[in-house]
Design a protein around this ligand. Structure first.
Ligand SMILES: Nc1ncnc2c1ncn2[C@@H]1O[C@H](COP(=O)(O)OP(=O)(O)OP(=O)(O)O)[C@@H](O)[C@H]1O
Length: 264
C-alpha cells in the first residue's frame, strides 16, 4: 500500500499509510480500539475502497487480482451467507474453492487438506456439526481452518485470538509456527500477543489511522535486539519512509504503546 487513504462516512480512517509486506514476514498489526487495524487489512485485500493512494496484491491492484488462492483471509467473525445452515466441514471445504484457478487438484487432495485443517484447529470431531451450534471461539477456529485448507502463500487474520481460550491460543500458536517454518507470510491483527509473541518478525502500531511505529516486535525492541529480517523495517521507521510522520518514534515508545494496547 502506498499513501493509502480511507474515509468512511466522510471521516478519515486511514491516513497516508505506506506498507509493504514481504514474503515470509510474520507481521502483527497493533493499535488501540478504533485505530484502523481492521480497516487496514480489509483495504489491503480490496474489501474497503481507497479514497487515495494505491494497493497491490502480488503486484496487481485488488480489482484485477485473480489469484485469490494465494491469500487466506480470516475475518473477525463468521458470516455464513443468509443464515443458510452449513456444517463445519462445508465451511472449511469452501477454503479450497479459490485453488481451482491455480492447481489441478483431486477430490482426495481436497479431503486430505480439509481433514488436516480440522485437525490443526482441534475440530476434527466436530466436522459434521452446524457451525451455528459452535461457540464463538470454535467458530473462529473454523475460519482459521478454512484459510489453512486453501494452502495459500499468505494468511491475513483479523484478531484470530479474540474470544479464544488459552488452550486454543496455544494450538493456534503451534499452527502458526508451522506456517512460519514453511515460509508462509502472515499478517495478523492482535490485541494480545500471548503465545504468538515469539513468532513475530515485524510489528506495526496504528494510531488514528497512521502508522506510528514500524519495526522490530515489541519484546525484541524493548531488549534493543534486532533479529535477522526486520533490520530493514526498523531502519525505515527511523529514516522517514513513513511519509509525513515525525521521525521520533523509538523502540521504547512503540514497546510501551504495544504494551498498552495489550491491556485494552
Ligand atoms: N463501515 C464503516 N463505516 C463508518 N465507519 C466505520 C466503518 N467501519 C469502521 N469504521 C470506523 O473506523 C474506525 C476504525 O475502525 P477499525 O475497525 O478499522 O478499527 P480497529 O483498530 O480494527 O478497532 P478494533 O480493535 O475495535 O477492532 C472506527 O472509528 C470505526 O468506528
Amino acid at each position: 500500500m502506498t499513501g493509502g487513504e480511507v474515509a468512511l462516512d466522510g471521516r478519515p480512517i486511514l491516513r497516508g499509510v505506506d506498507l509493504t509486506v514481504r514474503d515470509g514476514e510474520f507481521l502483527v498489526v497493533l493499535g488501540a480500539n478504533g485505530s484502523g487495524k481492521s480497516t487496514l487489512i480489509r483495504t489491503l485485500l480490496g474489501l474497503v475502497p481507497l479514497s487515495g493512494g494505491s494497493v497491490q496484491l502480488y503486484g496487481t491492484p485488488p480489482g484485477k487480482f485473480r489469484d485469490w488462492g494465494r491469500i487466506g483471509y480470516v475475518p473477525q467473525r463468521l458470516s455464513v451467507g443468509g443464515g443458510v445452515p452449513a456444517t463445519v466441514r462445508e465451511v472449511v471445504s469452501s477454503g479450497r474453492i479459490a485453488r481451482r484457478r491455480r492447481f489441478r487438484r483431486t477430490a482426495a487432495e481436497d479431503r486430505r487438506a480439509v481433514a488436516d485443517a480440522l485437525d490443526a484447529v482441534g475440530l476434527a470431531g466436530r466436522a459434521g456439526y452446524p457451525v451455528q451450534a459452535l461457540s464463538g471461539g470454535q467458530q473462529q477456529r473454523v475460519l482459521i481452518a478454512r484459510a489453512l485448507a486453501g494452502e495459500p502463500d499468505a494468511f491475513v487474520m483479523d484478531e484470530p485470538t479474540a474470544g479464544v481460550d488459552a488452550d486454543s491460543q496455544r494450538l493456534l500458536a503451534d499452527t502458526l509456527a508451522g506456517l512460519r517454518e514453511r515460509g508462509k507470510t502472515v499478517v495478523l491483527v492482535a490485541h494480545e500477543l500471548g503465545p504468538l509473541e515469539p513468532l513475530i518478525t515485524r510489528a506495526i502500531v496504528l494510531r488514528e489511522g497512521r502508522i506510528a511505529y514500524d519495526g522490530a516486535p515489541p519484546a525484541a525492541a524493548e531488549a534493543g535486539v534486532d533479529t535477522a529480517g526486520h533490520v530493514h523495517a526498523h531502519a525505515h521507521a527511523h529514516t522517514g519512509v513513513l511519509n509525513g510522520w515525525p521521525d521520533v518514534i523509538g523502540s521504547r515508545a512503540a514497546a510501551a504503546e504495544a504494551g498498552a494496547t495489550g491491556e485494552a
